[in-house]
Design a protein around this ligand. Structure first.
Ligand SMILES: [Mn+2]
Length: 222
């Protein structure tokens, strides 16, 4: 039976117009990743072309608050269920969510055909003002110049947000600069950094309608 079906299909006359239309339909830019180690267990799904729908639970409320902000302001649909060794501290959970979120971005972007590649945003939150710039370069690195007062925000150590972004940028293979232009309050600085990163990412992953079929690199790949 499969042989007959495939013969029937190949016997159809080719319709170039229809084929052209098929190649114009973009693949869904989504990824689902599960990762378990002795320290954390994470299930994460991402849709780059979402609307900011989210269901996020990491056991670290302030971190959830920042992940909500990234989903909302990047318009990424994001589901995360993470359980980690919070009895030690939040470090492993935050870092591993960063790794998995980064890997999900990389997977969802596929061969990076049609993306804008670069993105930037400057976002205020009260007295704080933070710049983020993204290059989906294939080279994972964070350049962080955003000193934050060391304090606990709930069970979240304020120095952990940088660790999250290192893991994310490395996992995703993108260059991310985060620079504090003003700010005193740790919650405000980190939240402005999260929102700026989200907005910069949204711009960088957005499809460039003028170049949907090309990879935005003179090398031809990213
Ligand atoms: Mn807040």
């Amino acid at each position: 039976m499969p042989v007959i079906l495939s013969e029937a299909r190949s016997a159809q006359p080719k319709d170039p117009e229809h084929q052209e239309r098929d190649t114009m339909i973009p693949a869904p830019r989504t990824a689902t990743i599960e990762r378990s180690t002795s320290e954390t267990s994470i299930t994460l799904s991402l849709n780059l072309d979402g609307s900011g729908k989210q269901n996020i639970e990491t056991g670290v409320p302030f971190f959830d608050h920042m992940l909500h902000a990234i989903s909302k302001h990047g318009r990424f649909d994001l589901n995360i269920k993470a359980t980690g060794d919070l009895e030690v501290d939040a470090h492993h959970t935050v870092e591993d969510v960063g790794i998995v979120l980064g890997k999900a971005f990389e997977e969802a972007l596929g061969d990076k055909r049609g993306i804008t590649r670069f993105g930037q945003a400057v976002v205020p939150m009260d007295e704080s003002l933070v710049l983020a710039a993204v290059d989906i370069s294939g080279r994972g690195q964070l350049h962080w110049d955003a000193p934050v007062p060391i304090e606990f925000i709930g069970n979240f150590d304020s120095s952990l947000f940088k660790e999250f972004l290192i893991a994310f940028a490395t996992g995703a293979g993108l260059t991310l600069h985060v620079r504090k232009l003003a700010g005193d309050n740790a919650h405000h600085i980190i939240e402005a950094a999260a929102k700026a990163t989200a907005r910069a990412l949204a711009e960088a992953v957005a499809l460039d309608q003028r170049a949907l079929h090309s990879v935005p690199s003179t090398k031809g790949s990213l």
